[in-house]
Design a protein around this ligand. Sequence first.
Ligand code: ATP
Ligand code: MG
Length: 358
Amino acid sequence: MSALELINVRKRYGTVETLKGIDLSLASGEFLVLLGPSGCGKSTLLNIIAGLAEASQGDVRIGDRSVTGVHPKDRDIAMVFQSYALYPNMSVARNIGFGLEMRNVPAAVRTEAVQKAAKILQIENLLGRKPSELSGGQRQRVAIGRALVRDPQVFLFDEPLSNLDAKLRMEMRTELKRLHQMLGTTIVYVTHDQIEAMTLATRIAVMRDGQIEQLATPDEIYNRPATRYVASFVGSPPMNMLDATVADGIAHIDGSLSGIPLPQALRENAASVRDVIIGIRPESLTLASSENAGLAIEAKVDVVELTGPELVVTSTIGSQRLTASLPPRSQIAVGTSQRFNIDASALHIFDKATGKRV
Ligand SMILES: Nc1ncnc2c1ncn2[C@@H]1O[C@H](COP(=O)(O)OP(=O)(O)OP(=O)(O)O)[C@@H](O)[C@H]1O
Ligand SMILES: [Mg+2]
């Protein structure tokens, strides 16, 4: 049985199609992250699952029951929004339990549920306070607590951490991961933060213009992106995308004199494609020395930036840019020509015309 299933979900606003046919099936306990740029339809899809918006076409099934036409409160879901409006005049405890109060759950049961949620979220000592007496991260926990007491089949989160500062975001991210490991609930989580997606998800759906471009584990999304778009969406610094032409199994990067002989596996696939994009993650590049021959490209070093854990080297091949993430103590001089070795197994090749992985 799948915990959540979307079948050809479409959404039109007037003549504009915002969701262009979403199909998706989630097993119980999955943590699905919807990842994509602003306006690609993430919130629209989440709202349709929640019942806050209606699909123009298609079906949503929660726990093998069609919920099309079912009121949000009867869908057995709980949602946490980006702006987690808490009731300012109510205590933390009452805020958390308010949904249950509205459902006429007896006070004793309510208190127990609130205590349990507070314990999980480590806010037991805050239950008597008002929201104005809490930090941003604590308020966020109260909002999650409100969802938690409902013990729903599916949790829906819409960018719940985007109002927090960087440090708090990281802490709450870890908290959410811990929570999911502990409760094993099914979660759909919207974000445009690739790090959140990579760290939290059991699977990521990378969205583009109302469609899912790739649905896969974080490992696959990172290491075998299906398209150039997906490849450029995850990773920091982003993947290098070099224009190149393939002839006789050799990729000639525009602006570079030397060719990159393609590994055998790629050679066959790339046979029919001449104009390609060669994708190389910055961390797949290493400084070449005379001892390590192998695959290499030469580039002129423009900028060297020490971020702390790594040295980010920006260089150029003709008019194309190449970024490398190197160990912090690497010896490299600005203005010089430098050979970089490439891990052949880490080459990504995309058809330039379609953007698809070769
Ligand atoms: N009520 C509406 N009427 C008309 N168009 C809408 C409506 N709601 C959303 N849209 C449009 O649908 C598209 C998707 O919006 P949505 O809110 O789902 O994007 P999103 O991926 O959540 O973006 P963000 O990251 O900015 O929150 C946008 O182009 C938006 O302008
Ligand atoms: Mg949104």
